[in-house]
Design a protein around this ligand. Structure first.
Ligand code: FAD
Length: 497
């Protein structure tokens, strides 16, 4: 309610926010989480909470009137279609030279992501965040994050036999024939549930292609892990469809937090103001960066330092497909949950997930999302004339990612006598270089904040999400975001409360 006072307010309900809420509540602190997206706890008229990837509807996109699928074309035909404007689950946020995909709702990115739960190689982590004690991360916080998230691995024997992972076995065969290591990738999907899906004893989710617009079963999103545990403490309240717009110091100490309540068309139906002793920015890399850059530039938090908005990267994401020969079908039915990758990080700067293309028909395509060591970093700045925050990323900055991904796929194509698909991202376009799933940075650890996420310039303000990570994690990011949040909140609880 407007006028309320809370000890701890958390902006956003993704990985960083959920870790903060759980650990603060367990330490006896009452927490209020503010989430701009919906609760995603009520089925629609079809009895399902989430829409299928192949049939996007009003639930699929955040305030768009037309879908904006990451793969825009198929066999020469554009696949996007009109949908009613609604506070749907996936935001395709157009930031100048890049479309940044993000989850919207209680659970943040965990609602829409592939659940791939990868701990980076220790030397890569140490290079990315040198101010963090890697020994502590690998002995304490990565294990804690993996346990809290419910990370598991596909049963390797089952993997060898099921139709729905034929695409991954073909991906492995081609990788290995070209001399690249294929590695199994852990995931938070409930692998026993997937076995039952294949056996036909439970409703299908991953095996029915559910993923990008939510999974109705099987995937352990944060709603089922950290957020469930946080709610069970009895100390955590969550307000969905509330968007934080301002944070500023209160005359009486602490902070005044302004927010807008939205309806499902995105219209503002109320504005509210509360006070909080401590505020945790966990709105995601883009959400946190946009808030902080605006609040610094407009004077609400004028003492934030000049690192605010800097160090943003796309985790080197780039996508591509390969056209296989007719004797290498990848399967009509493909599990939407990837479980393997090609590791050429040390030699070529690329780690490529062997991704599904769950279209329901045989495509003879292999599809990949590569994470690359792209060195380019962008900056968020305040555009006073337009009254918004801009990001100066250029599409051409993906070229290093393409070059690194080619170290894998040019070699595989040469060995297999195959070619790239040119029909997935437009006409005659090989590379999906217009997007990222993995925004990182904008309020980097030990620069914009101290070494534990305390914002420099303001006591009681913290960043605890992907904004802390300087643009790259060498693998899929959410385990690292979670583990870093576990590390930081433990220190904050021990020393600041
Ligand atoms: P988020 O999870 O983005 O949470 C931020 C939350 O804050 C959101 O719910 C947002 O709605 C809310 N918010 C933003 N602004 C405000 C505001 N002003 N007021 C109130 N609330 C606000 N990563 C992996 O590791 N493995 C994968 O397999 C994987 N697959 C992905 C697939 C897709 C399609 C996408 C989009 C992402 C994927 N990711 C994956 C990335 C991963 O989901 C993100 O890195 C992660 O969710 C970021 O966590 P976070 O805590 O920083 O923020």
């Amino acid at each position: 309610d407007s006028g309320a006072h809370v000890p701890a307010l958390v902006i956003g309900t993704g990985y960083g926010g959920s870790v903060a809420a759980l650990r603060l509540a367990q330490a006896g602190v009452d927490v209020h989480m503010i989430e701009m997206g919906m609760a995603w706890d009520t089925p629609g008229s079809d009895g399902k909470i989430f829409a299928n990837t192949t049939k996007p509807d009003y639930r699929s996109y955040w305030l768009r009137t037309r879908t904006k699928a990451p793969l825009s074309n198929f066999l020469g035909f554009p696949i996007d279609k009109d949908v009613p404007r609604y506070t749907g689950i996936l935001d395709a946020e157009e930031m100048g030279g890049i479309i940044v995909y993000q989850g919207r709702g209680v659970g943040g990115g965990s609602l829409v992501n592939g659940g791939m739960a990868v701990t980076p190689k220790r030397q890569n982590f140490a290079a990315i965040l040198p101010s963090v004690d890697a020994e502590e991360m690998y002995s304490t916080y990565y294990p804690r994050a993996n346990a809290g998230l419910g990370v598991g691995l596909v049963d390797p024997d089952w993997f060898e036999t099921v139709d729905c992972y034929q695409f991954a076995r073909v991906g492995r065969k081609h990788a290995q024939r070209s001399g690249f290591p294929f590695v199994f990738v852990p995931d938070v999907y409930d692998w026993d549930y997937m076995k039952q899906e294949v056996a036909g004893t439970v409703p299908k989710s991953a095996v029915d292609g559910e993923i990008l617009y939510g999974n109705n079963a099987g995937k352990k999103s944060l709603q089922k892990t950290y957020i469930a545990a946080a709610r069970a403490t009895g100390r955590v309240a969550i307000s969905p469809l509330h968007r934080v717009t301002t944070v500023s110091p209160s005359a009486g100490g602490g902070y005044t937090v302004g927010m807008e309540q939205l309806d499902t068309t995105g219209a503002v139906v109320a504005t509210k103001t509360v006070t909080a002793d401590r505020v945790f920015f966990a709105a995601g890399s883009v959400g946190t960066s946009k808030l902080l850059v605006r609040l610094k530039a407009t004077g609400a938090l004028a003492d934030l330092n000049d690192e605010i908005g800097k160090g943003w990267g796309d985790n080197g994401n780039v996508m591509c497909g390969r056209a296989n020969h007719m004797w290498d079908p990848t399967g009509k039915v493909q599990a939407s949950i990837p479980c393997g990758g090609i590791d050429n990080w040390d030699a070529g700067g690329a780690f490529a997930e062997v991704a599904p293309l769950p279209t329901g028909i045989e495509t003879y395509a292999s599809f990949y999302l590569s994470i690359t060591k792209n060195p380019n970093r962008a900056e968020f700045t305040w555009n006073a004339a337009a009254g918004k925050v801009d990001l100066n990323w250029q599409t051409a900055w993906k070229q290093p990612s393409i070059d690194m991904a080619k170290t894998i796929f040019d070699k595989i194509n040469a060995k297999e006598g195959t070619i790239y698909r040119t029909d997935l991202f437009g006409t005659n376009k090989i590379w999906g270089d217009h997007l990222t799933y993995h925004p990182l940075g904008g309020a980097v650890l030990n620069r914009a904040t101290d070494n534990y996420g305390r914002l420099r310039g303001y006591t009681g303000l913290y960043v605890i999400d992907g904004a802390l990570i300087p643009g790259n994690t060498s693998v899929n990011p959410f385990v690292t975001i979670t583990a870093l949040a576990e590390r930081n909140i433990e220190k904050i609880i021990a020393t600041d409360l």
